[in-house]
Ligand binder design. Structure first.
Ligand code: CP3
Length: 359
């Protein structure tokens, strides 16, 4: 059993229920900008050792909470655990990012893929969730996550991080039915993976569609959005009937917010290129919004940084339904003091935007 939550302002904001201030957390909040993260990473020897050892994953998940007044913890893991469990062989090469030993090269490779059982092949993930939940002891909610089927497919077909996406685009144009089969398998895998994280105790889930924004509008509606929707629908209701809010983040997805708002997710993540006021008027009361400070604003002098924080809170405007975050992950060379200044600025200015205005 999870301890009752002492701070649920994040969950209430996702459900657009009244709150006293805007909650704040940060994508990649446990990561290389923190010296204490780099120290544990050194001891672990590799990033994958961190992910696959629940005690280490737990330790680094909690690190940013010891420093900052954050309103949520996010499971320390990676989106590429699913393809790894499907047998593609994930490696993180220093300075080069993720690579697969056996990427998808042919239709036969797609047809060989199975849906990994999260409690066996990915056991280290629900194990980490159970441990983190115990150690958090109800201080703040824990976010579980997955990559979107489309974003996972890009890595599995490209074999590594890519700029041009030649291989996945070739598959999209030359063999769309093969890509659809891959995406259908991935959406089942994502559902099972998220369901296991929920059963293990996460309080909210987020789907990262990092590469949805490289698609044309029609392709996005064909290859990304329906599978992100299917992944959510496939989770089913948790056995204990808890309500688990969900967030969908498409980097570069600002022009498709209305379609995204109709998929059943409770909230949409915004990157920094979208005006949050325009986004709010577009989605209305269908979903909450999360974001969207330019990650580079953390390099600015603190007064300029605070001004950006205030600008975003002010442009969202009065009332619930906003979770403050960056528009993408924090860069590894950011000064941790600037992260602290950003978080404190949200605590400082946001209560004004949640006062009940007398009739
Ligand atoms: O947000 C969090 O703090 C939770 C942990 C988390 C990580 N990766 C840890 C990580 C989450 C949610 C992710 C998601 C992820 N991983 C995404 C989607 C989000 C996004 O950024 O768009 C993607 C595309 C990946 C794949 C991946 N993993 C890449 C491209 C890299 C970067 C490689 C590099 O060297 O820069 C990673 C590695 C990774 N994932 C690190 C961390 C803290 C750095 C690894 C290290 O310590 O060396």
């Amino acid at each position: 059993m999870n301890a009752p939550l002492q701070n649920d302002v994040f969950l209430r904001a996702l459900k657009r229920q009244p709150i006293e201030r805007t909650p704040v957390w940060m994508m990649r909040q446990a990561g290389r900008y923190l010296p204490e993260y780099r120290a544990v990473r050194e001891r672990a020897g590799s990033f994958m050792n961190l992910c696959t050892t629940p005690e280490w994953a737990c330790e680094v998940t909690l690190q940013p909470l010891a420093r900052y007044r954050l309103d949520a913890a996010i499971l320390f893991s990676d989106i590429l655990t699913i393809p790894d469990a499907m047998g593609l062989g994930l490696e993180f090469v220093e300075g080069e990012g993720p690579q697969f030993r056996s990427p998808i090269m042919s239709p036969a490779d797609v047809d060989r893929l199975g849906v990994p059982d999260p409690e066996t092949a990915l056991r280290y993930v629900p194990d980490a969730v159970r441990l983190i939940r115990r150690e958090l002891d109800g201080r703040v909610p824990l976010i579980g996550f997955s990559g979107s089927p489309w974003t996972l497919a890009t890595y599995m077909v490209e074999g590594r991080s890519s700029r041009e996406f030649r291989k996945i685009k070739a598959m999209l144009y030359d063999a769309p039915e093969v890509l659809h089969r891959l995406l259908a398998t991935l959406s089942k895998a994502v559902s099972a993976y998220l369901a296991a994280q929920i059963a293990a105790g996460v309080d909210a889930i987020m789907v990262f569609d990092t590469w949805g924004g490289i698609l044309t509008p029609t392709q996005y509606q064909t290859f990304s959005l329906p599978y992100a929707e299917a992944a959510l629908k496939g989770i089913g209701a948790p056995v204990d009937e808890r309500v688990i809010p969900s967030i969908l983040f498409t980097k570069g997805g600002g022009q498709w917010l209305s379609a995204m708002a109709d998929t059943g997710y409770d909230a949409l993540g915004l990157d920094w290129t979208t005006d949050i006021r325009a986004a709010r008027s577009e989605v209305g009361d269908r979903v909450a919004l999360q974001g969207n400070l330019d990650p580079q604003a953390l390099y600015a002098p603190i007064p300029a940084l605070k001004e950006e924080v205030l600008r975003i809170i002010d442009r969202f405007g009065h009332g619930s339904g906003h979770v403050f975050n960056l528009g993408h992950g924090v860069w590894p060379d950011v000064n941790p003091e600037h992260v602290g200044a950003m978080i404190e600025a949200v605590h400082e200015v946001s209560p004004l935007y949640h006062r009940v205005i007398p009739a």
